[in-house]
Ligand binder design. Structure first.
Ligand SMILES: NC(=O)C1=CN([C@@H]2O[C@H](COP(=O)(O)OP(=O)(O)OC[C@H]3O[C@@H](n4cnc5c(N)ncnc54)[C@H](OP(=O)(O)O)[C@@H]3O)[C@@H](O)[C@H]2O)C=CC1
Ligand SMILES: O=C(CO)COP(=O)(O)O
Length: 352
C-alpha cells in the first residue's frame, strides 16, 4: 500500500477502549502517540506494564504509546488530537484545552452520539467550544470497529469525513495500514448521524435477543432501523448513499450482532428484565445509545420524522414501558408501504 505518511506526534484524549485501540493503530504506523487519561493509576499502568486491563484485557500496548496525566503536556506542540471520550465529556475536555492552548488544532473525534436538548452533532459541539483561532480542522472517524478487534489487529474498515476533504485525506494517511483500512466521505452529517443512531438500534436488537426473539426480529430491526435513521438523516441534510456505507449499515450490522457491543449487551440485559440503572452500573463503560435515544426522539419531533423504533425504545428507557409491550406495539402499528417515496409516487398516480 502506497501511503504518504509524515510521522507525527499525536495525542489521543481518553484512554478507554477506543482511545487505547486507536493509539495502538497510530503507534503501529510509527507515530509517537500520547495517550491522555484523567485517571493517574491508568497512566501509571500504561507506562509501566504497557497494558490497560480494565478496557482492553490481555492486550500489550506498543512502546510508542506513552501515558500522560497532564492534559496541557499531552497536547503541547501537537498538530492533531484524537478526541476519544464519551459524548457527554466532550465539552468538559475542550473547555480545559481552551485554557492553555495557543496554536490551532486539528480535532479528530471518534465518539458516537448526539447531544440531547441542543441536538448538536459532535462536530458542531466542537465548533461551539473551540474559538476559531484554536480550531484548525474538525474530522470525524467512524465505522464498524470494535476496539477489542482493532487491538488484536483484525481487519477493520472505517470512514473519515470533514468539510475539507484535504483534512480528511490527511487523517486517512495518519491511520491507514494493512489491518485498518480508512475510506473518506465528504458527508459529515451522514457519517455522524449513522454512527450515533446505530447505537439506538443496537440497544433494541439486544432487547429483542434478551426477550428470546430470533434472527427474523433482528433482521427486521436492522433494516427498519436503517430506514428511520436514513429518513431523519436525509431531512437533516445527509446524503442517502452514506447510510448504505460503512458508517450506516456497516456499523449497524456490527453493533447489532456483536457480543463486543456495549449497547447490544445493555439492551440484552434490559430484555432479560433488568432495570436501566442496574444495567448501566454493571457495564462500567459508556453506553452511548441511552442519551442518543433521548436526542433522536427530540430530533424526530423537531424534523417531523417517523421513528417508531426510536420512539419504542424511548418508552422503554424513560417511561417504564415493558419491552415485550413495546415490541407488540411496533408489530401492531397501522399497515404501511416499505419504501415510502415509491409509495408516494404510486399514490399520486391515478393510473396505478
Ligand atoms: N469501544 C469501541 O469499540 C468504540 C467506541 N466508539 C466511541 O468512542 C467513544 C468513547 O468510547 P470508549 O472508549 O469505548 O468508552 P469507554 O467507556 O471504554 O472509555 C471512556 C474513557 O473516557 C474517560 N472519560 C469519561 N468521562 C471523562 C471525562 N469527563 N473527562 C475525561 N475522561 C473521561 C473514561 O475514564 P474512566 O475510566 O475514568 O471512566 C475512559 O477512559 C464513545 O462515543 C463510543 O461510542 C467508537 C467506535 C468504537
Ligand atoms: O461503535 C462501536 C463499534 O463500531 C462500538 O459500539 P458499542 O459502543 O455498542 O460497544
Amino acid at each position: 500500500m502506497r501511503v504518504e505518511r509524515k510521522l507525527e506526534v499525536v495525542s489521543v484524549i481518553g484512554a478507554g477502549s477506543w482511545g487505547t485501540a486507536l493509539a495502538m493503530v497510530l503507534a503501529d504506523n510509527g507515530h509517537h502517540t500520547r495517550l491522555w487519561s484523567h485517571n493517574p493509576s491508568q497512566v501509571e499502568e500504561i507506562n509501566s506494564t504497557h497494558t490497560n486491563e480494565k478496557y482492553l484485557p490481555g492486550i500489550t500496548i506498543p512502546e510508542l504509546v506513552k501515558g500522560y496525566g497532564d492534559l496541557a503536556e499531552a497536547v503541547s506542540g501537537v498538530e492533531t488530537i484524537i478526541l476519544a471520550v464519551p459524548t457527554k465529556a466532550i465539552r468538559e475536555v475542550l473547555k480545559k484545552i481552551v485554557q492553555f492552548q495557543k496554536e490551532p488544532l486539528t480535532i479528530v473525534h471518534v465518539s458516537k452520539g448526539i447531544e440531547p436538548d441542543t441536538l448538536l452533532r459532535i462536530s458542531q459541539m466542537i465548533e461551539e467550544e473551540m474559538p476559531s483561532n484554536l480550531l484548525g480542522e474538525v474530522v470525524v472517524l467512524s465505522g464498524p470497529s470494535h476496539a477489542e478487534e482493532v487491538s488484536l489487529r483484525h481487519p477493520t474498515t472505517v470512514t473519515v469525513s470533514a468539510k475539507n476533504m484535504l483534512a480528511a485525506e490527511r487523517i486517512q494517511d495518519l491511520f491507514i495500514n494493512q489491518n485498518f483500512r480508512v475510506y473518506t466521505n465528504p458527508d459529515v452529517i451522514g457519517v455522524e448521524i449513522g454512527g450515533a443512531l446505530k447505537n439506538i438500534i443496537a440497544l433494541a436488537a439486544g432487547i429483542s435477543d434478551g426477550l428470546g426473539y430470533g434472527d427474523n426480529a433482528k433482521a427486521a430491526l436492522i433494516t427498519r432501523g436503517l430506514a428511520e435513521i436514513a429518513r431523519l438523516g436525509v431531512k437533516m441534510g445527509a446524503s442517502p448513499l452514506t447510510f448504505s456505507g460503512l458508517t450506516g449499515i456497516g456499523d449497524l450490522i456490527v453493533t447489532c450482532t456483536s457480543v463486543h457491543s456495549r449497547n447490544w449487551r445493555a439492551g440484552n440485559m434490559l430484555g432479560k428484565g433488568h432495570h436501566l440503572q442496574e444495567v448501566l452500573d454493571k457495564m462500567g463503560m459508556v453506553v452511548e445509545g441511552v442519551r442518543t435515544t433521548k436526542a433522536a426522539y427530540q430530533l424526530a419531533e423537531k424534523f417531523d420524522v417517523r421513528m417508531p423504533i426510536t420512539s419504542a425504545l424511548h418508552g422503554i428507557l424513560f417511561n417504564e414501558v415493558n419491552p415485550k409491550d413495546a415490541v407488540d406495539g411496533l408489530m401492531n402499528r397501522e399497515k404501511t408501504h416499505e419504501v415510502e417515496d415509491l409509495a408516494n409516487i404510486l399514490d399520486s398516480n391515478p393510473a396505478k
